[in-house]
Design a protein around this ligand. Structure first.
Ligand SMILES: [Zn+2]
Length: 600
């Protein structure tokens, strides 16, 4: 049995896809169809069904009555004949998480487009993907992780197939005028495709860098066989003016980045933006193992109708965040200094926010649906990021394992242990238990780190970073966070691009909060001088910690007066510095941890 889908970019100007799904031998009680409420990898209820319109059903050439059962479920009237459901999807979400279509390009996730025939989700799927009409679209190409059916050229419009519904929606599709480059990673074909005009894009360089990076990750998980867990892999990239994000899939990832972050021909050095792009690609690729195949039990199978709760996102997202930059350092795509700078920045962000004292990593994972993914102005004071603090816990565990095992074991062994246990995806696949990361640490390293792990993840304790970094010859220094005086001295952030000093966030215990300033207030003057976003920091730099300033601000258009006493102890910024006087043994330990690996 095969479920047949067809998708047409019917009206790109109106951002409308037309989708049909055809089911033979429908449920005699009336075939039901449901659209997911969320997309795996992005832990928020998105209610994709709100973008569905003009839904009709046909059977034996006649219209069939359809009843809506709840917000994302439909039921057709009873029939013994084949049923075809047809509907429109409005696609104007320029992100990697839903669906987007305009006259130049399209990127869609199956979760936003394809309804599942309830009870038939395990059957083969075929999907006919059509190009848009008109002459412009003749230059469109297509990239997807879906397998091309016989008669369809890979990368061409035509028929694609998936083993089941879960695979169908785990293979996003990018269409448009694409720039593409293929590369090989230890015998497995890879490709990168970029949509969106990018001046003088040096895609050969991107492909060469990704090739190194991907090879190092395959070798990390499979040092002996050096085999990737997929037949081919695609990086689907949307280059835009402003934007950043990625979503992992089993044999592809969808990336969105600033076009200025991509390298141009003739560019010799790597830029901060390009390193950020490589870090994003590294992150999503690592997920091909950690979360797509090594999965929390709560995701086996995914229940796409509601939240799926796990307390372990700190391991699946946090460890992945730890390894994304670490793999860049190990392949020489980040210098050691650049890598240490990035660790220091992550540490500063986590340690400057009181949210880490109020929410544990396990709680943050569990509540991702209502907190991390739905942050408001109070987030720094209420939420800890399972990405950022999770990455720091990955770092702390890695250094502790290396030190306690005298360099014989590392977090790499833990990842390999998990991979060996979860690499096969048969019907008895069950996923990682909620307490299994601790067991994996013990089994893979012979060390008992349970107390530390619990304190850092179930509790809110910070690892002793200074002591851990000292084991690899690195000194942890505290500097003043004075590169951003309004943050350091006032304890607030501003809404970017507001054109005025509109307060975005007020940090716990800081001068702004103590003076009574709120998010949304517009600072207009400090000590009788007008302030603008361009002048605020220069003005503040003239004051010393502990000084008092009279401030004027508008709150809902009413002028208010505040007395701001500048922090005496501004929040620290953490700087990781190589200890040049460290012993040869510590230097070796450092090279073993983040040093460039030759020949990999
Ligand atoms: Zn991730």
């Amino acid at each position: 049995m095969t479920i047949r889908y067809a998708v047409r970019p019917a009206d790109p100007g109106a951002h409308l896809f037309h989708v049909t799904v055809t089911v033979d031998r429908p449920d005699p009680q009336g075939q039901r169809f449901a659209l997911p409420a969320w997309n795996p990898g992005s832990y928020m209820i998105r209610e994709f069904a709100r973008h569905i319109g003009r839904l009709t059903a046909l059977s034996a050439g006649r219209k069939l009555r359809v009843e809506k059962l709840d917000k994302h479920t439909w039921r057709c009237a009873r029939t013994q004949d084949e049923v075809t459901l047809a509907y429109e999807v409005y696609a104007f979400d320029l992100s990697v998480r839903a669906a987007y279509l305009d006259t130049d390009q399209a990127l869609f996730n199956g979760a936003a487009l394809f309804v599942a025939p309830i009870g038939r989700e395990g059957e083969d799927c075929r999907v006919d993907i059509f190009p848009p009409g008109g002459t412009r679209a003749r230059q469109w190409q297509l990239v997807t992780g879906l397998a091309a059916a016989r008669g369809t050229r890979t990368g061409g419009f035509g028929t694609y197939r998936a083993r089941d519904y879960e695979e169908l929606i785990d293979c996003p599709v990018l269409m448009g005028r694409l720039v593409q480059r293929r590369f090989d990673v230890l015998g497995t074909p890879h490709e990168i495709a970029v949509s969106g005009p990018v001046a003088r894009l040096d895609l050969a360089r991107v492909a060469a860098d990704l090739s190194r990076l991907c090879e190092a990750q395959v070798r990390l998980f499979e040092p002996r066989t050096r085999r990737a867990p997929f037949d081919r892999y695609s990086f689907l990239t949307l280059a835009v003016d402003e934007g950043y994000g990625g979503l992992e899939h089993r044999n592809s990832s969808a990336l969105i980045c600033r076009r200025d972050d991509l390298p141009h021909t003739g560019m010799k050095e790597s830029t901060e933006g390009y390193r950020r792009f490589l870090g994003l690609a590294s992150h999503e690729y690592f997920h091909a193992w950690n979360v797509k195949r090594i999965r929390p039990k709560a995701f086996v199978p995914y229940d796409l109708s509601r939240e799926n709760y796990t307390r372990l996102l700190w391991a699946f997202e946090g460890f992945t965040s730890y390894y994304d930059d670490l793999m860049l350092a190990r392949t020489g795509l980040l210098t050691q200094a650049q890598y240490l700078d990035r660790v220091g920045r992550t540490m500063s962000i986590v340690m400057q926010r009181s949210g880490r004292l109020k929410q544990s990593l396990a709680e943050s994972s569990f509540d991702a649906w209502i907190k991390y993914y739905r942050q408001d102005e109070n987030a720094p004071n209420s939420v800890v990021s399972y990405y950022q603090k999770g990455a720091l816990v990955g770092l702390a565990l890695d250094l502790a394992i290396r030190n306690d095992s005298r360099g014989r074991r590392s977090l790499d062994d833990v990842m390999r242990w998990l991979w060996r246990r979860y690499c096969s995806s048969g019907p008895d696949y069950r996923g990682v238990d909620e307490d299994e990361i601790e067991a994996a640490l013990a089994q893979a390293t012979g060390l008992d780190l349970t107390r530390s792990v619990r304190a850092w993840t179930e509790g809110t304790r910070d690892p002793d970073f200074a002591a851990l970094l000292a084991t690899v010859g690195i000194k942890l220094q505290r500097a003043l966070a004075l590169e951003s005086p309004h943050f350091a001295l006032l304890g607030l952030t501003l809404q970017a691009a507001a054109g005025e000093c509109r307060v975005a966030q007020v940090f716990d215990g800081g001068p702004a909060q103590q003076a009574g300033l709120s998010a949304g207030d517009v600072l207009v003057a400090l000590d009788e001088l007008r302030v603008t976003p361009a002048r605020l920091d220069a003005l503040l730099a003239r004051y010393a910690p502990g000084d008092t300033i009279q401030a004027l601000a508008f709150r809902r258009e009413a002028l208010q007066r505040f007395e701001l006493r500048l922090s005496r102890q501004p929040p620290p910024r953490f700087v990781l510095e190589v200890d040049e006087r460290a012993s040869a043994a510590l230097k070796r330990a450092r090279a073993g941890w983040c040093g460039e690996r030759r020949g990999s």
